[in-house]
Design a protein around this ligand. Structure first.
Ligand code: FAD
Length: 419
């Protein structure tokens, strides 16, 4: 079939590749000059099924209220005169019950873990170089009770999906990652939970590498071309209109991250996705032997650190502040402060590059993957804070659905039409 994939972020590239290996004739359209220049560009680099649980939980509203009083908090909310923001917040609040959490979390973990397996298969099939590290992800807590509480909260859902977790005492944390020794000695790290099968890697570099593989398999990439609208006839998709051309297709996949919302709105479809802005900084390790190799999630301060070759990537903040992607220098500096507070000699702060990105979040945390109401038009979007973690599995799931085959995991929780 002739299929057009809209967007060459991590979701679009993995989708295009999955469809091409099934024999489809695939074209990818992206407004940028190359792959993964949007939200996939400089994310936290974690492949983290162990963290694939909804942000909307019974405790999150209390935490959000507490954080709203502090300028440097991980979360910021600027209420705006924007009905879409209010509608999204209302849906988020409705997902904060224990019942919704218990329903949403398994769907997220199942997709994330399936995705990890799909990523393993891609790595076995191709020589992909993207600073991959398979050392697990260590969540750190200042007090052991917090680690125990977290384990009580997520342990069963991880166990149900074969995601192993190990509780570590402070010495165990420092033994696993010697760069944590000072933080352990000062009492800043009092316990850890290790997810040994989680991994890390540079999503941008991965997308470049996989796009190359996909191009070799026949995928045509049209960069620097902006999608304007979806073309249809009798409620059946016929292609897309870009700022340069008309492209005809039997199937169209919308994988535009945040921009999926506006495109679908032009068809009268309101996707439940709102931008949650985050920041990252990439810091040259600069020969420091005090920079971590194991990826760390600081659970209290809500930031992540990943080693990408000779750089460290730190990422954090969840700002619901509208659609403006501009970098707030104070927020970006906070992210760097977080890194150097935990790892004071990790690298050269003066050469750090800061970045911001818009997580395309659904209120439940579950992405939208599957057929839309229009015949031949599919969605693969709304991956929020877990697009890199879920990309390969989302692509595999959608490719099965487009081919009318039974997917490896139940597609029902991700179906866009019921949402
Ligand atoms: C600070 C931060 C840290 C994060 N850390 C992690 C992490 O550690 N692990 C994890 O799994 N996830 C993480 N995420 C989330 C992850 O980065 C996203 O979920 C993911 O990048 C979304 O990918 P996407 O392909 O859907 O969107 P995008 O990467 O934004 O891709 C959409 C593409 O569509 C293109 N486009 C937009 N409009 C048009 C148009 N009209 N015409 C043509 N092309 C268009 C854009 O150019 C872009 O390339 C993080 C996000 C942030 C912001």
């Amino acid at each position: 079939m002739r299929i057009v994939v809209l967007g060459a972020g991590i979701i679009g590239v993995t989708t295009a590749h999955a469809l091409a290996v099934r024999g489809h004739q695939v074209t990818v359209v992206d407004a940028e000059a190359g792959p993964a220049n949007g939200t996939s560009f400089a994310n936290g680099a974690q492949i983290s099924p162990s963290e694939a649980v909804p942000w909307a939980s019974p405790g999150s509203l209390r935490l959000a209220l507490r954080w709203m009083t502090s300028a440097n908090a991980p979360f910021r909310l600027n209420l705006r005169a924007d009905p879409r923001q209010w509608a999204w917040l209302g849906q988020f609040v409705r997902n904060c019950t224990d019942g919704r959490w218990q329903a949403n979390a398994p769907a997220m973990v199942r997709l994330a873990e399936h995705s990890r397996h799909c990523l393993l298969a891609l790595n076995e099939a191709h020589d992909l170089n993207y600073h991959r590290e398979q050392r697990g992800i260590l969540r750190v807590y200042d007090r052991p009770e917090k680690a125990q509480a977290e384990l009580a909260h997520i342990g069963h859902v991880m166990q149900d999906h074969d995601v192993p977790l190990q509780v570590l005492d402070p010495d165990g944390c420092a033994a696993l990652e010697p760069a944590l020794a000072d933080a352990v000695a000062s009492g800043r790290v009092g316990a850890g939970i290790l997810a040994p099968t989680d991994e890390t890697g540079d999503a941008h570099q991965f997308a470049i590498e996989l796009a190359h593989v996909a191009a070799t398999a026949g995928v045509r990439f049209r960069y620097g071309e902006r999608v304007r609208s979806i073309n249809s006839f009798c409620d059946h998709v016929t292609g897309v209109e870009t700022d340069r051309d008309q492209i005809s297709a039997e199937r169209v996949v919308v994988a535009l991250g945040m921009a999926s919302v506006d495109l679908m709105r032009s068809l009268g479809v309101a996707l439940p996705i709102y931008p949650v802005k985050g920041y990252s900084a990439t810091v040259p390790v600069a020969g420091s032997n005090r920079a971590p190799r194991v990826s760390i999630t600081d659970q209290g301060n809500r930031f992540v650190v990943s080693r990408l070759g000779d750089n460290l990537r730190v990422a954090g903040k969840a700002d619901i502040v509208g659609h403006d992607r501009a970098i707030d220098q104070q927020r970006a500096a906070n992210v760097l402060d977080d890194l150097f507070c935990l790892f004071p000699e990790a690298g050269d702060r003066s050469r750090a590059t800061v970045w911001s990105g818009m997580r395309p979040m659904t209120p439940s945390g579950i992405p939208l993957i599957g057929a839309s109401d229009m015949e031949g038009l599919y969605l693969n979007t709304g991956h929020g804070s877990l697009g890199w973690t879920m990309a390969a599995g989302s692509a595999d799931l959608l490719a099965h659905l487009i081919d009318g085959q039974r997917p490896t995991i139940d597609p029902a929780p991700y179906a866009p039409v019921s949402r």
